[in-house]
Design a protein around this ligand. Structure first.
Ligand code: COA
Length: 376
């Protein structure tokens, strides 16, 4: 079965879901089997060993941006340095209360060269630098200059926390960034492709995508997942807490997905990365992987059971956000930075999709169905 034919068969909950919006060689989401393929590789295999630079090289090359991305690590490091040099020129962008508002306003200042590959690298560097600088400012601290010798994930952690991370933490963050680098025609990627299809530029497309990612139904769930785990506190309290939420008509954050009808494969990847990180997080301040992973597993199992009992016809399983929350907390990122950190990884996919869309030369122009009144 072709990808396009498969997409048309994905179960839908609104009349327009499953409509094929583009042919893509970048990633394939199989909602029935719970499989994510990124440019020919299963996400599990990529997340085990690849760094964000590797998956960026893979995605950008797949989208036809091969030439300037051959030695990506130094190019991306230079992009971080360039973005840090422009921090003083961002006006009040970093003063925003919400990290995604800061990212939207700050990334909008990224210069556009008009060369897609150059612009993809520049904007990828800018997202990490601006997210980190926003978190520092929010904590009343000065920004930390990039360290070009470090990988992108390690340097991002360093720019946020002020200290070089342990290799285990940098590896865990890389596993996360790789895992979220691309995911089919999700809302933010679609937004980026629509902007790119008009002949606009990479930065405008990424700014639109940031706006779409901000919403709690897309990228805004991991903070609330951690709030939920904190509120539950211990596995024994999970059932009563979750049942009360459902009885009050509220959704369980980190559960359910528009496409997956089984457990999101990215949840398993992140759960494994967390288990590998656990020995690194045994210190007293590290509620992270060591403390929260058993609780998260217990809450997931209880939530899945309660949701199954309520709606046997509508499978609702853990999505990527569930273990994202625990992992990002464990590597030392503040929860207000969770959604901006999603953008640090996803910008690689957005820019690859922009290149792929530009190569088609086609304007995306979906139809609407008029349901209003007709003139008398
Ligand atoms: N908790 C409780 N019930 C849920 C639920 C959840 N997390 N997710 C879906 N449902 C229920 C809905 O209430 C609805 O029930 P109803 O038909 O009785 O009204 C039914 O399942 C179908 O929901 P629907 O909104 O059509 O599904 P969707 O495909 O639009 O939703 C999400 C996908 C991700 C938006 C949804 O599952 C959700 O809101 N999850 C929580 C937020 C989250 O984790 N977001 C991150 C996504 S990666």
């Amino acid at each position: 079965m072709t990808h396009a034919a498969h997409a048309a068969l994905v179960p839908t909950s609104s009349g327009l879901d499953g409509v094929v919006a583009a042919d893509t060689a970048l990633s394939h989401v199989d909602g029935a089997l719970g499989r994510l393929v990124i440019a020919g590789h299963d996400v599990e295999a990529l997340a085990r060993a690849a760094r964000l630079e590797d998956v960026a090289t893979l995605l950008w090359a797949t989208a036809g941006l091969a030439a300037p991305v051959t030695a990506l690590a130094p190019a991306l490091a230079a992009a971080r340095v360039a973005a840090a040099d422009r921090l003083d020129l961002l006006g009040d962008a970093l003063a925003a209360d919400d990290g995604m508002d800061a990212l939207r306003a700050g990334v909008a200042h990224t210069p556009v060269t008009g060369d897609l590959a150059t612009d993809a690298v520049l904007v990828t560097g800018a997202v990490a630098v601006i997210a980190a600088a926003w978190a520092r400012r929010r904590a009343g601290l000065a920004p930390v200059a990039p360290e070009p010798a470090l990988g992108h994930a390690a340097d991002y952690l360093r720019m946020v926390t002020g200290a070089a991370p342990t290799p285990a933490r940098a590896r865990a963050l890389d596993a996360y960034l790789v895992t979220v680098s691309d995911h089919g025609m999700n809302a933010s990627t679609f937004a980026a492709r629509v902007v790119a299809s008009t002949g606009s530029d990479v930065v405008s497309a990424v700014v639109a995508a940031i706006g779409a990612l901000k919403g709690p139904l897309h990228g805004g769930a991991p903070g609330p997942v951690l709030d939920m785990l904190d509120a539950i506190g211990a596995p024994a309290a999970a059932e009563a807490w979750l049942a009360a939420e459902l009885a009050a008509g509220r959704r369980i954050m980190g559960m359910g997905h528009r496409v997956y009808r089984v457990r999101d494969p990215r949840a398993a990847v992140l759960e494994r990365a967390l288990a590998a990180l656990a020995p690194d997080c045994a210190g007293p301040g590290d509620a992270g992987a060591g403390g929260r992973l058993p609780l998260a597993r217990a809450v997931e199992a209880t939530a899945a059971r309660l949701l199954r009992d309520r709606r046997p016809d509508r499978p609702l399983c853990a999505n990527v956000e569930f273990y994202t929350a625990v992992l990002l907390d464990a590597v030392g990122l503040p929860r207000a930075l969770f959604t901006p950190t999603f953008a640090v990884g996803r910008v690689v996919g957005w820019t690859a999709h922009v290149a792929e869309q530009v190569a088609t030369g086609r304007l995306i122009r979906p139809a609407s169905r008029y349901v209003g009144a007709m003139p008398a």
